[in-house]
Design a protein around this ligand. Structure first.
Ligand code: ADP
Length: 366
């Protein structure tokens, strides 16, 4: 592993006060990441669609500390304030404080500034729709914008790669929330430049059927997750089926790489659903064990399966580590499937709520 390339060699500019705003997406994994070693190294490779409407918008104001402030803290204190939807949000701070601690060796300039973070999400946080991915990738992009000002020679390719590397240290799946439409994170033989350290764009030619794929996120349970990601990943340590799962996931990624290129949408449906159910099977067979699906999750799956047969549709579902359902379908079925969701699936959602989304291209500076 070569992490030295992420340690800045030269800072050529002095910057006093500056500010950046980034919009970064959530993502939905097709082959799942579940199980890791320190520091945030995945046990298997994963691939996701980058989302478009589910995103975070974050502004970071950087205010240079005075020499006396820096002397008083021996240049080792990370100072930040966090506002979420306009209000201070103490509950979010521990994850972000941990993130800054993990990235400090790669972004030593953060000691020089007081950072004020203002953020908002377009979707419910902490409920399994990967707000940690969009939230942390947004801060990572703001850090890289500062680094670019400090060292204007940096190139965009490196900026995205390092942003993904940094974001990963905050939340593994955040490494897949910098670029789009498809991102692979984790070393896998079918994707030459793949790495455990950062996400890379899936750069093979993808069949037309997968362009602008649709994802309707059905909010079965908007409440906070029953099992945090950290606890969830730890369940894979000493899990009886872990070894087989990690091998299977890597094989599934190889198959998915083929499917995306050859356009075999039936194989896509089968692989995506099997991945989702395997993730939940891992949770049901861990110690302690959990059932994260709710009765309405199963009712929705049943309806999707019925609809697929009756309409010769390519609709399918996937799940993250929670009860909410992602309904995936090609763009050419958008009208009919959206009508089906409104008529038959919305009733199973909390307050009939769901989010219509589609595949997006990644982080945008605003
Ligand atoms: P999710 O499924 O939404 O990712 P997690 O519990 O894994 O749920 O992550 C939620 C955590 O992600 C929050 O406690 C907070 O630390 C972080 N987070 C969510 N949204 C943001 C945001 N906009 N900015 C910074 N951090 C965020």
């Amino acid at each position: 592993m070569n992490i030295s390339e992420f340690i800045p060699q030269e800072i050529t500019k002095e910057i006093e006060n500056t500010s950046f705003t980034w919009q970064t997406p959530s993502n939905i994994a097709l082959v799942k990441y579940w199980g890791k070693t320190n520091p945030q190294i995945p046990k298997n490779a994963s691939i996701s669609f980058t989302l478009n409407n589910c995103h975070t918008i974050t502004t970071v104001d950087f205010q240079k500390k005075s020499k006396s402030e820096l002397d008083a803290t021996s240049y080792t204190q990370i100072d930040f304030d966090l506002f979420f939807e306009g209000k201070k949000k103490e509950e979010f701070k521990p994850k972000i404080a941990e993130f800054f601690k993990r990235v400090q060796a790669y972004c030593p300039y953060i000691f020089d500034y007081k950072m004020t973070i203002n953020s908002e999400n377009s979707f419910p946080h902490s409920s399994g729709i990967a707000s940690s991915a969009s939230g942390l990738s947004a801060i990572a992009m703001c850090l890289m914008s500062l680094e670019k000002q400090l060292n204007p020679a940096l190139e965009n390719e490196f900026i995205n790669k390092k942003a993904s590397f940094l974001a990963r240290l905050g939340s593994g799946s955040a490494s897949r929330s910098i670029e789009g439409p498809l991102v692979v994170w984790g070393k896998n033989s079918s994707v030459e430049d793949s790495s455990d350290l950062f996400g890379v764009k899936f750069n093979k030619k993808v069949a037309a059927i997968f362009n602008n794929y649709q994802d309707a996120i059905l909010l079965v349970d908007k409440g906070e997750k029953q099992v945090s990601s950290t606890v969830g990943h730890n369940l894979m340590n000493n899990h009886a089926y872990a070894k087989v799962r990690f091998e299977d996931a890597n094989k599934n990624l190889e198959n998915m790489a083929m499917i995306l290129q050859n356009g075999d949408v039936k194989a896509f449906v089968s692989l995506v659903e099997s991945e989702a159910l395997t993730l939940h099977a891992m949770m049901m067979t861990s110690h302690p064990y959990f059932i994260l699906m709710k009765p309405n999750t199963l009712k929705i799956i049943d309806k999707i399966w019925q609809y697929r047969v009756e309409n010769e549709s390519n609709i399918c579902f996937t799940l993250d580590a929670g009860a909410n359902v992602h309904v995936l379908y090609p763009e050419n079925e958008k009208e009919s499937v959206n009508a089906f969701i409104a008529k038959e699936l919305a009733v199973f959602c909390q307050n009939n709520q769901y989010i219509l989304d589609n595949v997006g291209l990644g982080a945008k500076q605003l």
